[in-house]
Design a protein around this ligand. Structure first.
Ligand code: SAM
Ligand code: SF4
Length: 552
């Protein structure tokens, strides 16, 4: 369904802002009007279409900021979230809507041309880092005058931001590309990310209708590649791995209106024998601490209260600035930015997890009480084969350090089952590790052999069926652990950042600082993006159920 959204902002410095909106699609038309005081969301109930209520969330707009935002960035992203179950991004042109189009834009490099360049559709596979890369890719395109659309059918440029961490993810991309075998000529199709880096120009052989192949380590070249396409080049590639730069953009089109992802370190210098990341994302490059803090301040001004710092090994951060800010210092500096209420970081590598990180969490409540610390296996023998650089005992020492904090910190992990040569004894050690650590959450994967990795050449492959059996046993054990852990939380009260509203009346959801999902009932009407106190009344293995305690 195609939907057009027209918004008009009428605001004055320091006063509540009135927002008039019109949504139009082939199926319905709706108009609404709202005043919103603080925060970034508002409800609109007035509609010319009787049975249709809608809620509009305008991202990154707070009263008093409108005029300034319109001057500095002419395009903003809106999210529509309505009773019909849509959650779709929109490109809202504030500059045009506020009549300030003639104001010079902050010109990102040579990008902003102002004229409509066409439409793009961007699909992302993989982890949060890929999602965030896509937010930056979308920013690059929006800044060039492209408009984002919701379906590949309505797009002129179709981009797939790909993941190759496991074979299945990579296969998915080729099956998507296959859909354009016949109709590829009408569209410009691009493959970005890890599959692009891994397969390189082979992609042109497998799918000759593809025009752009750009690996994750070459994203900073994307504006250049897009310009080459616009000037008529039929095929462009960005496949350098030896870059020492990070991918920074003037405009990032963030999907989540409350939590902002921010990559602080790209690539990976570890050499886990099963992993493609060092090949597809290149060597470690850390972003300058002052650039990070500058962006955090901007995000806080725009209304974001939660920041999630990202990196494949986020805690290996090495500040390139002369001040050499340590990772733990950076966490504290981010938390100290006015307006920031929560700081998360992922993924931490156990070998670089130092006591000062725990001390920082202990001392600063804004640092969330959650650490994601992938172990991969409970067997030291397998860990050595994986080249994980720690033993079971050393990993358990890190766990003891985190558990010893004067504040309870949730710990989650990643585990691979069926690594070549993993014996029943090795697997039993992984199970016993679950019992010992009692993780608050776990992501478990069947080992997937990846091209160019040392593990691909290892002997004693475990049959797929056996991998599946081990995975099921592991997941059952973890479910029991989470069920027991969540049951102890009934009766407790947590602060929840409200991030979702269910279609059912009065039902909301959000995350605790420890990253537990809480579904709760509330008679509140404008809770999205706010922090509320919720008392837990029930629990499932994967989430908590609760009731909103109204502010006293
Ligand atoms: N850098 C992070 C770390 O070292 O913990 C992990 C990043 S990776 C994107 C996320 C997870 O994918 C890993 O922790 C690992 O469990 C899993 N993974 C990576 N390569 C894999 C493979 N070849 N087969 C199965 N799972 C894999
Ligand atoms: Fe891959 Fe290991 Fe680097 Fe994580 S630390 S990205 S698993 S090589």
């Amino acid at each position: 369904m195609r939907v057009f959204l027209i918004l008009l902002l009428i605001g004055q410095q320091g006063r509540a802002t009135r927002l008039v909106g019109r949504i139009e699609s082939r199926k319905f038309k709706a108009e609404g009007e709202t005043n919103f005081g603080s925060g970034s969301s508002f409800d609109s109930q007035r509609s010319t279409f009787n049975s249709f209520n809608f809620q509009l969330e305008l991202v990154m707009v707070a009263p008093g900021h409108c005029a300034r935002i319109a001057r500095s960035l002419s395009r903003k992203t809106g999210v529509i979230n309505c009773e019909l179950g849509m959650t779709k991004p929109f490109d809202v042109e504030l500059g045009r809507l506020t009549g300030q189009e003639s104001t010079p834009r902050l010109s990102p490099m040579n990008l902003a041309s102002g004229r409509e360049r066409g439409t793009f559709f961007l699909e992302t596979f993989g982890c949060q880092m890929n999602e965030h890369d896509s937010e930056k890719v979308a920013g690059v395109l929006l800044a060039r005058g492209y408009r984002q659309v919701e379906t590949p059918e309505s797009a002129g440029l179709i981009l797939y931001n790909t993941c190759s961490i496991r074979e299945k993810a990579a296969q998915k991309v080729f099956s998507r590309l296959g859909e354009y075998r016949e109709k590829g000529e009408e569209k410009i199709i691009g493959v970005l990310g890890c599959v692009a880096q891994q397969e390189g120009e082979n992609i042109f052989k497998r799918a000759p209708w593809v025009s752009i192949v750009c690996g994750s380590a070459s994203y900073r070249k994307l504006p250049e590649l897009i310009a080459q396409l616009e000037s008529g080049n039929a095929r462009v590639t960005g496949l350098d791995l030896d870059t020492d730069e990070t991918f920074e953009t003037e405009v990032t089109r963030r999907n989540n209106p409350f939590r902002a992802y921010l990559t602080i370190i790209e690539g990976c210098d570890k050499a886990c024998t099963y992993c493609v990341v060092p090949y597809t994302r290149g060597p470690e490059r850390s972003r300058a601490s002052d650039a990070i803090l500058h962006e955090v301040r901007q995000l806080a001004e725009l209304g974001y209260s939660e920041i999630q710092l990202l990196g494949q090994t986020v805690n290996s951060y090495a500040d390139p600035m002369p001040r050499r800010m340590r990772f733990a210092e950076l966490l504290l500096a981010v938390a100290n930015v006015p307006g920031i209420r929560r700081v998360r970081f992922t993924t931490s590598h156990p070998s670089d997890f130092t006591p000062d990180i725990v001390e920082a969490i202990e001392s600063e409540p804004k640092l969330c009480d959650h650490v994601h610390l992938p172990v991969q296996s409970g067997s030291t023998r397998v860990l050595r084969e994986m080249q994980r650089t720690y033993t079971r005992e050393e990993y358990l020492e890190k766990i003891a350090m985190i558990r010893g904090a004067n504040r309870s910190i949730a710990i989650t992990t990643d585990i691979i089952v069926g690594f070549p040569g993993e014996s029943d004894v090795d697997f039993a050690e992984t199970l016993s590790l679950l019992d010992e650590v009692k993780y608050d959450g776990m992501f478990a994967f069947k080992y997937s052999p990846r091209p160019n990795t040392p593990a691909q050449r290892m002997e004693d492959a475990i049959p797929e069926e056996e991998k599946g059996r081990r995975l099921a046993i592991l997941q059952d054990r973890q479910r029991e652990i989470q069920t027991a852990c969540h049951a102890t939380m009934i009766g407790s009260t947590f602060e929840v950042l409200v991030s979702g509203k269910s279609r059912r009346d009065n039902q909301w959801s959000g995350y605790t600082s420890s990253h537990r999902i809480v579904n709760f009932a509330s008679s509140g009407t404008e809770l999205l993006g706010t922090y509320v106190q919720v008392r837990v009344t029930g629990a499932t293995p994967n989430s908590l159920v609760g009731e909103h305690l109204a502010a006293s």
